[in-house]
Design a protein around this ligand. Structure first.
Ligand SMILES: [Zn+2]
Length: 353
């Protein structure tokens, strides 16, 4: 201690309590963090009020009684202010939404529903599983393609209606790039690799410039199949598609082929199956014919093989194209194709995992 300095007399209990009362009253409590700082400084185990109680235990006699009463009064005062301030800051936080109340760890965790596969994915898997077992390899390609891969190689005449702007989304006109109108563009790519025999299925999204309605959409999904080898015949095609129909609709299904036209197959056909709802008796779904169309198919036009560098004198092949949406709508009696793209979980959850 500096000898020249007046020795400072220790504060009396009254002075100590009054000093602490002022300090506590002057402490600003503006938010929850300040309220917590206030509690730590004055009321916690090592807080200033608590420490005074420890010192108070050393007192005795009449002083102990009066100091005890004053100390209790101070503690009550400090505690009240803290409680009021805490309630006020919590209300303010709740009103402003700034700070969410801390999660209570004993509450049960929110229940997350199990996810389910999209019905289109389920149908696609069903189809690819079947063709995969027959040795068909999965192939994919870009959704934006040039004119050659989508039309030219596939023997679309220059004036074929499918080339019309009404049916195709063109991305660029010179040179021509477009959103593929079928996954046959992938088959062209596979054929041009020259690896024979070729047995492949090409699933994917395709685009047509059509008005969106319950029955048609400007985007949908296909699985197209292609088999090229020596001595491939229409009988091979019929056998594979018959087995496919049984795989999808059960052993009692019957099939029929109707002559049709596609630029890239000759001969071409559309395949119907007996209506699985009325078993051929006639209903709304089959328009009372007893049959529903499920795919288009045919023998690959020799000109298409030649366009892709395959000797059509040696090789022949068949091809088929199946709309995944159409097949899914038929199998599950879905009345509107737009339901597939609305992401309504109530719809999607109905089809299993
Ligand atoms: Zn029917």
């Amino acid at each position: 201690m500096n000898p020249e300095q007046e020795p400072v007399a220790p504060l009396s209990w009254d002075e100590t309590l009054e000093s602490l009362r002022r300090v506590a009253a002057a402490f600003e409590i503006g938010d929850a963090a300040a309220a917590e700082a206030y509690r730590l400084r004055f009321l916690s185990k090592k807080g200033e009020v608590t420490r005074l109680f420890e010192a108070f235990r050393a007192l005795s006699g009449p002083e102990k009684k009066s100091v005890g009463q004053a100390l209790n009064a101070l503690r009550t005062e400090v505690e009240e202010r803290w409680k009021e301030a805490s309630a006020g800051t919590a209300q303010a936080a709740a009103a402003s939404g700034a700070t969410a109340p801390a999660a209570a760890p004993q509450l049960p965790a929110p229940v997350w529903g199990r996810g389910s596969r999209h019905p289109l994915s389920l149908t696609r898997r069903l189809m690819l599983d079947f063709f995969g077992e027959l040795g068909f390899r999965w192939s994919e390609g870009p959704e934006i393609v040039d004119d050659w891969h989508n039309f030219g190689a596939l023997h679309f005449e220059a004036d074929h209606p499918a080339r019309d702007m009404q049916d195709t989304f063109f991305v660029n006109l010179d040179p021509v790039y477009l959103l593929r109108t079928h996954t046959s563009s992938v088959q062209v790519k596979e054929m041009m690799k020259g690896l024979l025999p070729l047995r492949t299925v090409s699933p994917g999204r395709v685009y047509r410039n059509e008005t969106v309605s319950a029955r048609s959409h400007m985007q949908f999904h296909q699985v197209e199949g292609l088999y090229i080898d020596r001595d491939v015949s229409f009988a091979d095609l019929k056998k594979v598609l018959y087995d496919f129909a049984i795989h999808l609709f059960g052993p009692d299904v019957q099939i029929r082929f109707r002559p049709s036209y596609f630029p890239f197959t000759e001969p071409s056909a559309e395949m119907d199956v007996t209506c699985f709802l009325c078993s051929g008796q006639g209903c709304n779904v089959c328009k009372h014919s007893g049959w529903v169309e499920i795919l288009g198919c045919g023998m690959v036009d020799p000109q298409v093989l030649e366009n892709c560098g395959i000797d059509s004198e040696v090789y022949s092949g068949y091809a088929f194209g199946i709309g995944i949406e159409r097949l899914t709508m038929l199998r599950h009696r879905i009345p509107d194709i737009r339901l597939f793209y609305e992401n309504d979980v109530r719809f999607v959850k109905q089809f299993g995992v």
